[in-house]
Design a protein around this ligand. Structure first.
Ligand code: 4AD
Ligand code: MG
Length: 450
């Protein structure tokens, strides 16, 4: 028996005979040689089967192997004659583990996105999807390492919840033994409770949004990490978000160069993700949008809607969509933090700015290159009466929030936190145009399968 190894470790076995197990990614053949590209998850290696070495019967079998046949291949590891760091296998023998029934549905020709999404369970095997999954893994690990290394405690939040966190319009309702329950939109309220026990906490899990958004950055199910810190204010929150993001992007650059290369990502954009990130008041961001509007008006390029209405001039109180975020962030080469939004745009739990009651002490981090909001958060209302008024003003069912109000009844303290969406972060770091490829099995407005 020869030792069974993975492609990624071939450099440690040059000259030895080893066994590899994987799937046939691609094949080329000449009269006397068959080149089998074998992938095993850790990498792809070229295994060269020569007629002289394996005999006529095996050679004919190799020549007829179908794409995605699973194989065990035994041979000698050789350094590639021309490419340093690349290894190949001189095949001594091979065995089919699982044959391919008919033709593998995904061929090298161009398939449409819908077709690939319908075959997501197979599409995951492609080089690009494999690279994206590895970057996603690295980001998740970097997130955990950051908080674990900064004295945070992981506290999981429930997925079934009795109440809304981010507003009632985006809730998935479900039956909970005869009662109404909702799939969580955010673990924040629970993180706040945990922060009053542990000081610095984070929750990290799937969250759900039922909004009918069909955009390149909305999923119905996405993963969010949510730190929450007692005695932290908005300034501290922005500083934490900045330090955290620099650390996560730095880790991807450090560990996943190979994958970013496969994805043809221009990493110079990621190298510039260094603090300090610019901080822009919401009101100043509106000013930027107004000047952009004025310029487009002068140039006669304002957009007219199908119903004849012309795009109006942005004003205080407007929310930002993807287009506005792109205009704001395009002035910078790194993430930008927009803060102090109108309270009317924000959820019930935001603390008002003591200096201007129209404003919420909230912030969003916008990624560069048009990727838009990847972090949202802020300082929480810590005063009982003000929070009660907020719940009433948002027409939320008071009973469901009694436990949350307790946090303000028993030793309330200033506190803040934020949520980072994993998929938008993966899309940005990988340079992908759409979040649908950033999660193994995306759930979107029009997709529940496979
Ligand atoms: O801005 P959001 O809605 O904030 C919250 O949920 C807060 N409770 C977080 C907190 O303060 N603890 O969402 C936070 C982030 C967004 O910036 C975005 O990255 C991501 O979650 N996100 C989505 N990602 C994919 N699809 C969606 N539908 C998303 N909605 C939000
Ligand atoms: Mg947000």
């Amino acid at each position: 028996m020869h030792s069974t190894v993975r492609v990624a470790s071939l450099k440690d076995h040059v000259g030895a005979t080893v066994t590899l197990r994987g799937w046939l990614y691609n094949k080329r053949a000449s009269k006397k040689l068959v080149f089998l590209e074998l992938r095993d998850g850790s990498g792809i290696v070229q295994a060269i089967a020569s007629l002289a070495d394996i005999g006529e019967a095996k050679f004919a079998e190799a020549d007829h192997l179908a794409q995605e046949t699973s194989l065990s291949v035994t041979g000698e590891v050789r350094a590639h004659p021309k490419q340093p760091g690349v290894f190949e296998i001189a095949v001594k023998t091979f065995d089919v583990i699982g044959a391919v029934a008919g033709e593998y549905p995904i061929t090298p020709k161009d398939h449409g996105t819908d077709f690939l999404m319908d075959h997501r369970h197979l599409w995951l095997r492609s080089k690009r999807q494999n690279a994206i999954l590895k970057v996603r893994h690295e980001i998740i690990k970097a997130i955990r390492d950051y908080f674990d290394g900064h004295d945070f405690t992981l506290v999981d939040a429930p997925i079934f919840t009795p109440n809304a966190c981010e507003g009632t319009s985006t809730l998935f309702e479900t039956d909970y033994h005869g009662d109404k329950a909702y799939l969580t939109q955010s673990g924040q309220l629970y993180s706040e409770a945990a922060a009053m026990s542990l000081g610095k906490v984070y929750c990290f899990g799937p969250t759900f949004r039922a909004e009918k958004s069909k955009t390149r950055r909305h999923l119905a199910e996405f993963w969010m990490v949510e730190p929450e810190v007692a005695f932290m204010d908005l300034e501290g929150d922005m500083a934490l978000a900045e330090d955290f993001l620099v650390s996560v992007v730095g880790r991807v650059l450090d560990k996943r160069r190979e994958e970013l290369k496969i994805l043809e990502r221009d990493t110079s954009h990621l190298e510039r993700v260094q603090g300090p990130f610019p901080r822009v008041l919401y009101e100043d961001a509106i000013g930027v949008l107004q000047r952009a509007w004025d310029a487009r008006k002068a140039a006669g390029t304002l957009v007219t809607q199908p119903d004849g209405t012309v795009e109006r001039r942005p004003e205080f109180g407007d929310d930002f969509g993807a287009d506005e975020e792109t205009v704001i962030s395009s002035a910078y080469d790194r993430p930008v933090i927009v803060h102090r939004y109108p309270a009317s745009l924000k959820a019930f739990y935001f603390k008002r700015d003591p200096a201007d009651a129209r404003l919420a002490l909230g912030m969003d981090v916008l990624a560069p290159e048009g990727y838009g909001e990847i972090i949202g958060g802020g300082q929480r209302e810590d005063d009982l009466a003000t929070l009660e008024a907020g719940i009433a003003a948002h027409k939320l069912p008071r009973e469901a929030f009694e436990w949350y109000l307790d946090l303000r009844r028993y030793g309330s303290v200033p506190h803040a936190g934020f949520g980072l969406g994993v998929e938008r972060t993966v899309a940005w770091t990988c340079g992908l145009p759409h979040v649908r490829e950033t999660i193994p099995f995306p759930r979107m407005l029009n997709r529940l399968g496979p």
